[in-house]
Write a protein that binds this ligand. Structure first.
Ligand code: MRU
Length: 355
């Protein structure tokens, strides 16, 4: 294999024999280790401590979690067990949605439940390929013929989905098309998903990149060192307001000020028509310990208090476009392309407000 040949993506989460197998993302980049999840408690713990994370991967974890609950828990405790998975993290709509979609099959028995969870997994894999293509087409159109420098935050790669990713799938596709000059991932304190996970994925795909500290994003944009900002999403409200990893909003403000396109990439499973605006999205607060520590090592004086919102909301007026697996919604032009309204995952068009 030549040095530049990209490696095949890993499958982050799957059903193996009678249980869930997932990559333990807390150990990356030092160790690539799989966890065998055989109880609901183990799954809830893995979700809570971000061994499995990223909105689409959480949706698939929720779906497989229902299968695990059905096969390991008696009927009297099944409801509470499924509920504990559904509420393990609040912001990414995919988790509750994955649980609800697969739970609807419980009356039909285990085989039907597992089949639906597998279908969700396969849809997310297909969605990642589609988002990569649609997003790369859009970025090429926005940036023009020059080599592309793409800033991104957190981890939105195969680790956050099942394979390939959302925003990072766009970067991967640009790299495969030889259009990527460099990716600029942001380190993403407190848990460093950008520094630990996105750099690991970019190295594996052989893509050129340089890592930025969190506070560098807006000024790097102001200096003209990036052509586009690409982020994922944990929940997109009906009006297009987008919840994503803390720090996304600062990048959106910086991008608007610098005149750099700011593009959200997420599957339709992250679009939540039931949530009217970003103000209605619950933002997970993960408590002070993660801010006081890096890798379990305290970096502050003992007892320092901290506020630790895991996500923020970028208002739709700062977003150039939202790319899903089925359409590209341009807020700079108020147009929708590639819409497939006959698809089974898209109902009404949610971004239909007049400017
Ligand atoms: O707290 P995390 O690591 O689960 O947060 C993940 C993100 O914010 C991602 O950007 C989002 O889930 C989209 S991932 C394809």
């Amino acid at each position: 294999m030549s040095e530049r040949a990209p490696r095949q993506p890993l499958r982050t989460i799957d059903w193996v024999d009678d249980h869930i197998r997932l990559i333990d993302q807390t150990l990356l980049p030092d160790e690539l280790t799989h966890l065998d999840i055989v109880t609901v408690e183990q799954l809830v713990d893995s979700i809570s401590r971000l061994a499995v994370r990223g909105a689409p991967a959480l949706g698939v974890a929720g779906g497989f979690g229902v299968a695990l609950a059905l096969s390991t828990i008696g009927p009297e405790n099944l409801g509470p067990a499924i509920n504990s998975i559904r509420h393990a993290r609040p912001t990414a709509v995919n988790l509750a949605r994955g649980v609800d979609r697969v739970s609807a099959l419980v009356p039909d028995g285990f085989d039907a439940v597992l089949a639906e969870a597998v279908r969700l997994r396969d849809q997310e894999i297909a969605a990642s390929i589609s988002m990569g293509e649609l997003g790369a087409n859009l970025v090429e159109e926005l940036v023009g013929s020059r080599a592309i420098r793409a800033m991104t935050i957190c981890n939105t790669g195969g680790l956050a989905t099942v394979e390939r990713g959302t925003a990072l799938a766009v970067i991967r596709t640009l790299h495969e098309r030889s259009r990527l000059s460099e990716a600029l991932p942001i380190e993403t304190r407190p848990l460093l998903q950008g520094a630990r996970l996105t750099t690991w994925e970019l190295q594996r795909m052989g893509a050129p990149f340089r890592l930025l500290v969190d506070s560098a994003g807006p000024s790097v944009l102001a200096r003209g060192l990036a052509d586009v900002v690409l982020i994922g999403a944990d929940r997109i409200a009906a009006n297009g307001d987008t919840a994503n990893k803390i720090g996304s909003y600062s990048l959106a403000l910086g991008a608007a000020r610098a005149g750099v396109p700011f593009v959200v990439v997420a599957p339709e499973t992250t679009v939540d028509e039931a949530t009217a605006t970003g103000a209605d999205i619950e933002i997970e607060d993960r408590g002070p310990a993660e801010v006081r520590e890096i890798h379990g090592c305290r970096i502050t004086p003992a007892g320092v208090d901290a506020l630790n919102p895991a996500f923020d909301v970028t208002p739709v007026d700062l977003i150039t476009a939202i790319v899903t697996d089925r359409r590209v919604v341009r807020f700079d032009q108020r147009t929708v392309t590639d819409e497939k309204p006959d698809g089974d995952m898209v109902g009404v068009h949610p971004f239909d407000e007049e400017p």
